[in-house]
Design a protein around this ligand. Structure first.
Ligand code: MF3
Ligand code: CO
Length: 296
């Protein structure tokens, strides 16, 4: 698919395009040969734009420092009786105190600094004064940060007080899914290998994976290629190579995978059957041997 993008004019002893400082033949030459061979047999392969340079990775890590600190702050302070509007205020303050900008604010018209999705809200819940957390609620706080032009993204679930064993299990399984998926992220594995691991765990627990929304490349933009589906078959989808940076964020529903979007705000996504949904999100960097967790 990307064969035409691979510049054949670069000489083996020229500096590699990835800015490693190494000659091409000691850096990406062999990787790109293998990518061309895969592309020829129909495998989806990454482009050079998807490979982050060392400098970009540093910038993304600095952005992630804020992203992680915000969710740590939320974890310490979230409790029964507070509103999601208050969470939005925290996120805004911590982000700006640390020299960042909340990426969601005004993103395609999104009105707040963070997404807060409670119970049967799947994602993109909009913080509001009248959404007061009560015991037994489960809530996803999805936080995205810009620092010096670099983007980071992660979300966690919080259980308010104690919830039912079923909802607690949904929250736990959704987290386990992220780390089952992560185990599959290494060079030359594919997105479908990750998805298979996630689906296997979800099925074993009797839950479902949302089909219509996925993860994304992240770093130089909020949402970059590749689109990261969580419903591909093993061995299908784009292969991973070192330097790719993307999110693992499958949405796990207790009942049906079917969802709909609130037509009054055009953002908030709900489960069709009104049963709860849970999601954790991390951002990862593919390394030479596996993956590094950038945000959590
Ligand atoms: N943070 C979400 C994600 O994980 C995207 C939210 S878009 C927003 O991709 F505008 F609602 F913030
Ligand atoms: Co994301």
């Amino acid at each position: 698919m990307n064969i035409k993008f691979l510049n054949r004019k670069i000489k083996p002893t020229d500096p590699c395009w990835c800015q490693s400082g190494l000659p091409y033949n000691e850096c990406h030459m062999a990787i790109e040969k293998r990518l061309r061979d895969l592309a020829r047999i129909g495998v989806e392969t990454p482009t050079r734009e998807m490979v982050k340079t060392r400098e970009q990775i540093e910038g993304i890590r600095k952005s992630a420092e804020i992203n992680i600190a915000i969710l740590d702050y939320v974890a310490k302070n979230i409790r029964e009786g507070i509103s999601t509007w208050e969470i939005d205020r925290w996120v805004n303050e911590v982000t700006r105190d640390m020299g960042g900008i909340p990426a969601p604010l005004n993103y395609e018209g999104f009105p707040k600094s963070v997404c807060t999705s409670v119970n049967d809200q799947v994602c993109h819940g909009i913080p509001a004064r009248n959404v007061i957390l009560k015991a037994g609620d489960i809530i996803n706080v999805d936080c995205s940060t810009i620092r010096d032009g670099y983007f980071s993204d992660s979300s966690r679930m919080f259980v308010i007080g104690e919830t039912t064993p079923e909802k607690q299990r949904l929250v736990d399984v959704a987290r386990e899914c992220v780390y089952k998926g992560l185990e599959q992220v290494k060079p030359w594995n594919s997105i479908g290998d990750m998805d298979h691991a996630i689906k296997t765990h979800v099925r074993a627990n009797g839950f479902s994976v949302v089909r219509d929304i996925g993860g994304h490349g992240c770093g130089l933009e909020f949402h970059e290629d590749p689109y990261v589906s969580y419903i591909l078959r093993k061995g299908t989808g784009m292969v991973f190579i070192p330097g790719m940076c993307f999110t693992i964020e499958p949405m796990i529903n207790m009942g049906t995978y079917r969802i709909y979007t609130d037509t009054t705000n055009n953002w908030t996504v709900y489960t069709d059957d009104g049963k709860p949904s849970a999601q954790w999100e991390i951002q990862v960097l593919v390394t030479a041997t596996g993956a590094e967790v950038i945000t959590y």
